[in-house]
Ligand binder design. Structure first.
Ligand code: GLN
Length: 305
């Protein structure tokens, strides 16, 4: 059994110098207002132990890490038929790229880039009567905090600066791959991105990914064991946009990042880990977050193969 708490202390000491590297995302103005020097990390084991380090009380918006929950809720309702509307391949382009979508006739490469998440939101919107409420409830029960809320200022800022995401949605609509009102679906999408959690809640919310689809906090089987393996496979190949290969090489775990500097990673059968530090590299991933996860992988000699 690993001494996870002392490992986290060692990882924090290693990662702190990297917190100053990179730049906070500012294309969503409200995101640029966060304290850039934050660092926090939490690890939740499949038997319910929680280890954490750093500024664990402060909440941040989870941004693209929400795409994993969107996919989970959509898979619960559509199963395999969801893949008629979104692919399973790495994109090799930026998370908000528009060119590939034109060439590929409105079918996004995977559910973890913006276009793929937006079309998944559209699918969810068709099957869930109160999608924003349902998403909040999922995070509340799975993170064991009934008070989880949306940062309305961030959601409004994203909506105000929505042009590129709106373009992606309209392009998909022009190809017949979008059923609902674009503005309504975008509002839902931005609300999911603006859900606020601290790093412990984030690790708990995604603990089902390391536990065969079972969430120990909500006591729910969210996905089958097979679906969970498949979702983890997709996270491994596409969770960090066009840095997925580098992350696979350095960290070796399925992972998902967001522009708030949050990253989750999964050691199947062992733990889910979450880290957050706002400054990003050029691809949009937290510099210190990636360093921390690479160090964790090195210290526990993790290898999925
Ligand atoms: N809300 C962000 C956007 O739509 C999410 C992007 C991200 O975290 N990579 O641009």
């Amino acid at each position: 059994m690993y001494q996870y708490q002392s490992l986290l202390e060692c990882i924090e000491a290693h990662s702190r110098p990297f917190v100053a590297q990179g730049a906070v995302a500012n294309y969503i103005p409200a995101l640029a207002e966060v304290d850039p020097d934050r660092f926090s990390m939490a690890l939740v084991t499949v038997d319910g132990q929680v280890f954490s380090i750093g500024d664990t009380h402060t909440r941040f918006t989870i941004q693209s890490v929400s795409k994993v929950m969107t996919l989970t809720l959509a898979l619960q309702r559509y199963g395999e038929s969801l893949w008629e509307r979104v692919g399973k391949e790495p994109s090799g382009t930026a998370f908000n790229s528009i060119t590939q979508l034109e060439f590929e006739k409105g079918i996004p490469r995977n559910p973890f880039i913006n276009a793929g998440a937006i079309v998944t939101c559209d699918a969810l919107y068709s099957r869930v009567s109160a999608p924003i409420h349902s998403m909040l409830e999922a995070f509340r029960t799975q993170s064991a905090n009934a008070k989880v809320i949306i940062d309305k200022k961030v959601a409004a800022s994203e909506y105000e600066h929505r042009h590129r995401n709106a373009a992606l949605a309209h392009l998909m609509k022009s190809f017949g791959n979008f059923d609902n009102h674009v503005e309504e679906v975008l509002k839902a999408y931005f609300s999911y991105c603006a859900i606020e959690l601290n790093v412990i809640e984030l690790a708990k919310a995604y603990s089902y990914l390391s536990n065969h689809g079972f969430c120990q906090y909500s006591n729910q089987q969210l996905l089958s064991s097979r679906q969970t393996k498949q979702l983890n496979s997709l996270l491994f190949t596409s969770g960090l946009y066009d840095a997925a290969g580098d992350f696979a090489y350095r960290v070796g775990m399925p992972g998902k990042s967001g522009v708030s500097g949050a990253i989750i990673a999964v050691a199947p059968g062992r733990f889910t880990v979450a880290v957050q530090s706002p400054r990003l590299d050029k691809i949009g991933n937290s510099v210190a977050g990636i360093e921390a996860l690479a160090k964790l992988s090195e210290l526990i000699d993790f290898n999925a193969f």
